[in-house]
Design a binder for this molecule. Structure first.
Ligand SMILES: Nc1nc2c(ncn2[C@@H]2O[C@H](COP(=O)(O)OP(=O)(O)O)[C@@H](O)[C@H]2O)c(=O)[nH]1
Ligand SMILES: [Mg+2]
Length: 354
C-alpha cells in the first residue's frame, strides 16, 4: 500500500542544498562577470563599485537558489506522505499503535513546513539587506549569518526527519486492505485457519507484510456475481500467541474492530498443540459484544471418541455462537451475511475523518 522512499538525516538535505548552491555559484560567476563587463563599459563606475555590485548580484542569486532548492526538496518529502484524512481508518489505527502515531507524523510534517517557511522568510530578509549593502565585507558577513540561520532550521528539526523515516518504514510494511466487507479468521496457530480460508475462497491467497508478525497476513477474496465482494484475512501468529506486547495486542484489536465479522476456529483434536481450555479462553478474549463471531470446528474428519466428547461438553457453554463444521456451509453463511448487511455497509465509512 505505502511505498514511501527513505527519509535521510537532516544534514543530508542541507548539505545537498549548500552543495547545489556552490555549484550554481561557480557557473553563475562567469555569467555575472560577463554581464558586468558590458555594464562597466557604458557606465561610469569605479572598479570597486563594480566589484561590489557584482558580488551583491551573485550573493542574491545564491540566496534565492538555496531557498528554491530547500523548498523543492523538503516539500517533496512532505508529499511522500498521504493525507491522513483520506486514508482508510484501519491504517490510521494501525499506525497509531506504532512508535510513530499519526499525531507525531503530522507534527514532523509541520516541522518540515516550518523549515520551508523559515527559509522563505530568512531569504526575503537577507535579500532586502543585501540590496542595501555598501561594502563587500558586510555582504560576506550577511551571507555567513544567513547560511547559519538556514542551517539551524535543519538542525532544530533533526527529530522530525528521524520520526518520518521510522514512520515510513513501519507504514511500508502495512498490507493493502481493500474497502470491502471483511471477515477475519482467528484462532491459535495450526488449528486450521489457512486450510479453511483456502477451502472457502479457492486458493487465491496473497501473503502480505504485517509489521506485527514475521509471517504476515493472508488475504483472500470471495466473489459475488463475479465481483470482488468479501475480503478474508487469516491472521497467522495473531490472536493466539502466548506472549503479547502492548503494541501487538493493540494491533489485534484494530483487526478485530476493522472486520465486519469474525470466524473463530476451534480444533477439538488438540493436534494444533493447544488445549481446548486455552482455545476457549482466547475465544472469550476476542469476542466482543458488537462483533459477530461464528465458530468453525476444524478437523472433524479426524475426531476420535475423546474429541467428540470434548466437543459435546464444550458446546454446552457455547450456545450463543453459531457454529459450522463444513466449509461449504460456512461459505454460504458468509455470503448470506454479506448480502444481509450489504445495504448497511458503506465502504466510505471506512475512511477516516479527523
Ligand atoms: N485432517 C484435517 N487436518 C486439517 C484440517 N484443517 C487443517 N488441518 C491440518 O492442520 C495443520 C494446520 O493447518 P493450517 O490451516 O495451516 O492452520 P493455521 O495455522 O491455523 O492456519 C495442517 O497440517 C493442516 O493440514 C482439517 O479440517 N482436517
Ligand atoms: Mg495459517
Amino acid at each position: 500500500m505505502f511505498k514511501i522512499p527513505k527519509i535521510e538525516k537532516e544534514n543530508f538535505y542541507i548539505d545537498r542544498a549548500m552543495k547545489s548552491m556552490q555549484d550554481f555559484a561557480a557557473k553563475e560567476k562567469l555569467v555575472v562577470d560577463n554581464r558586468f563587463k558590458r555594464v562597466a563599459s557604458f557606465q561610469r563606475k569605479t572598479a570597486e563599485e563594480n566589484n561590489l555590485n557584482k558580488r551583491k548580484d551573485l550573493e542574491l542569486q545564491k540566496v534565492r537558489h538555496l531557498n528554491t532548492k530547500i523548498n523543492n526538496d523538503v516539500r517533496k518529502l512532505m508529499k511522500q506522505f498521504p493525507n491522513f484524512m483520506k486514508v482508510n481508518k484501519v491504517y490510521v489505527d494501525l499506525i497509531n499503535t506504532s512508535e510513530t502515531p499519526v499525531r507525531d507524523i503530522k507534527e514532523a510534517l509541520a516541522d518540515l513546513k516550518w523549515i520551508c517557511d523559515g527559509s522563505d522568510e530568512f531569504t526575503q530578509k537577507t535579500e532586502f539587506k543585501l540590496k542595501k549593502v555598501k561594502s563587500q565585507e558586510t555582504s560576506g558577513f550577511l551571507m555567513k549569518k544567513h547560511l547559519g540561520k538556514i542551517n539551524s532550521l535543519f538542525s532544530k528539526s533533526k527529530k522530525a526527519f528521524k520520526t518520518l523515516d521510522d514512520a515510513r518504514m513501519f507504514m511500508n510494511k502495512l498490507p493493502t486492505f481493500e474497502d470491502l466487507y471483511t471477515v477475519t479468521i482467528a484462532g491459535f496457530p495450526n488449528v486450521g485457519k489457512s486450510t479453511l480460508m483456502k477451502k472457502v475462497t479457492g486458493s487465491n491467497v496473497e501473503i502480505q507484510n504485517y509489521p506485527f508478525t514475521t509471517k504476515g497476513l493472508m488475504f483472500s477474496y470471495l466473489y459475488y456475481k463475479e465481483q470482488k465482494a468479501i475480503q478474508m484475512i487469516d491472521t497467522p501468529g495473531l490472536l493466539g500467541r502466548d506472549k503479547n506486547n502492548g503494541i501487538e495486542e493493540r494491533a489485534e484489536i484494530v483487526l478485530r474492530d476493522y472486520c465486519q465479522s469474525m470466524i473463530f476456529v476451534i480444533d477439538f483434536t488438540e493436534s494444533c498443540g493447544y488445549r481446548v481450555e486455552q482455545q476457549l479462553a482466547l475465544l472469550k478474549k476476542v469476542s466482543s459484544d458488537d462483533k459477530p463471531v461464528v465458530l468453525y470446528l476444524s478437523k472433524t474428519d479426524i475426531y476420535n471418541e475423546e474429541d467428540t466428547e470434548r466437543r459435546i461438553e464444550a458446546m454446552k457453554g457455547l450456545k450463543k455462537y453459531k457454529f459450522f463444521t463444513d466449509s461449504e456451509e460456512i461459505k454460504k453463511f458468509i455470503l448470506d451475511d454479506y448480502l444481509a448487511k450489504k445495504p448497511k455497509f458503506d465502504p466510505s465509512k471506512l475512511k477516516t475523518i479527523r
